[in-house]
Design a protein around this ligand. Structure first.
Ligand code: F3S
Length: 283
C-alpha cells in the first residue's frame, strides 16, 4: 500500500475558509442571506449555498432594493463606497473581507490621505484590486506588466506608495517595483503579497518531487489550480488534474510508494477528503 501524503496547505486559505464559515454561520442564524458576488469560485459550494437559500447579488442597485436580510462581503473585499452603501441599506452587513486584504485597504486609505500616490501591482479587472482602489482617496494606478511599469510616468513630487494584490507573483512584483524605482520616484513599498499561495505551491512541489503519482484537485477554470498542476507536473510525470473524485481514474502498477494530493485555493475540504478516502480504500 503506497503512502499517501496530503498537503497541509491544500484547499482554502485562511481568508476564504473564514468567509465560507461566515456564510454557514449566518445560515444557521436564519433570515435571508445574500453574498456580494459568489463567495468562492467553486460551483459545488455556490450550488450548496443556493440550495440553502443563499442568493448572490452582483450590483449596488440590488442592495438598494433589499427590504431586509444580511449581505455578506466576501474575502476579496469591496470599495469603500460600496461598503458604505451596504452598511446604510436596509440589510444587515457582515464583512468577511480577509484581514490581510483589510490591512491593504487601511494602508491605502491612510497613505493616500497623507498625500501619497497609490500604485497597486495587480490585475486591474480583479475584484480584490477594484476593492483596494476604492479605498484610495485619490485616483490609484494599477500596474500588471513590465510594459505598464515602463510606461508609468506620472509627473509628481509625491511619494509613490506601492502595494500588491495578495495573490501576485513575488518575483514579478519585485521586478515591477525595480522598474518604478529606476525612474527616480520616491517610493514606499508595502509588500502585501499573501504567503498562502506561495506556501501551497512550495509544499505541492516538495510532495510532487517524492511522489510516484500526484493528484491536484481544482476547478477547471481556476488559474491557481492550473498553476499547481504545472508545478507538480514538472516534478512528477504522473500528475493528474481532477475536479472531484469521479474524475479520478488511476491505473497503478503496484510499484508506487508515494501518492501525493494537493488542491487549489477554491477546493473545499470535503472534496479533498473524498479523494483521500478513495485513494486509501479503493485502489
Ligand atoms: Fe487568502 Fe486572505 Fe491570503 S483570502 S490568499 S489568506 S489574503
Amino acid at each position: 500500500m503506497p503512502e499517501i501524503i496530503t498537503a497541509k496547505s491544500a484547499g482554502f486559505c485562511f481568508g476564504v475558509q473564514r468567509a465560507v464559515d461566515t456564510v454557514y454561520e449566518e445560515i444557521a442564524r436564519g433570515g435571508a442571506i445574500y453574498t456580494y458576488g459568489p463567495i468562492i469560485h467553486n460551483e459545488e459550494v455556490v450550488r450548496d449555498l443556493e440550495e440553502k437559500g443563499v442568493r448572490v447579488i452582483e450590483s449596488p442597485q440590488e442592495i438598494d432594493a433589499l427590504e431586509s436580510g444580511t449581505v455578506i462581503v466576501r474575502s476579496h473585499g469591496v470599495p469603500e463606497k460600496l461598503m458604505n452603501r451596504i452598511e446604510s441599506s436596509r440589510a444587515h452587513c457582515v464583512d468577511a473581507t480577509c484581514p490581510f486584504v483589510k490591512r491593504i485597504h487601511n494602508t491605502v486609505a491612510a497613505q493616500s490621505a497623507k498625500g501619497d500616490k497609490i500604485v497597486i501591482i495587480g490585475n486591474a479587472g480583479h475584484p480584490e484590486v477594484e476593492g483596494i482602489m476604492g479605498w484610495s482617496l485619490t485616483p490609484a494606478t494599477v500596474i500588471e506588466t513590465r510594459e505598464e511599469a515602463a510606461a508609468f510616468n506620472e509627473k509628481t513630487q509625491r511619494t509613490l506608495c506601492v502595494v500588491a494584490q495578495t495573490t501576485f507573483n513575488q518575483n514579478k512584483f519585485q521586478e515591477l517595483v525595480d522598474i518604478l524605482k529606476q525612474k527616480g520616484y520616491n517610493i514606499t513599498v508595502v509588500n502585501t503579497i499573501c504567503n498562502a499561495t506561495r506556501e501551497r505551491q512550495e509544499e505541492a512541489k516538495r510532495i510532487a518531487a517524492v511522489a510516484d503519482v500526484m493528484i491536484v484537485i481544482g476547478g477547471k477554470h481556476s488559474s491557481n489550480s492550473a498553476k499547481l498542476y504545472e508545478i507538480c507536473r514538472r516534478e512528477c510525470e504522473r500528475t493528474f488534474f481532477i475536479q472531484t473524485r469521479d474524475d479520478l481514474h488511476l491505473s497503478l502498477t503496484g510499484e508506487e510508494k508515494v501518492i501525493g494530493i494537493t488542491a487549489g485555493a477554491s477546493t473545499p475540504k470535503n472534496i479533498i477528503e473524498e479523494v483521500q478516502a478513495y485513494v486509501r480504500t479503493d485502489i
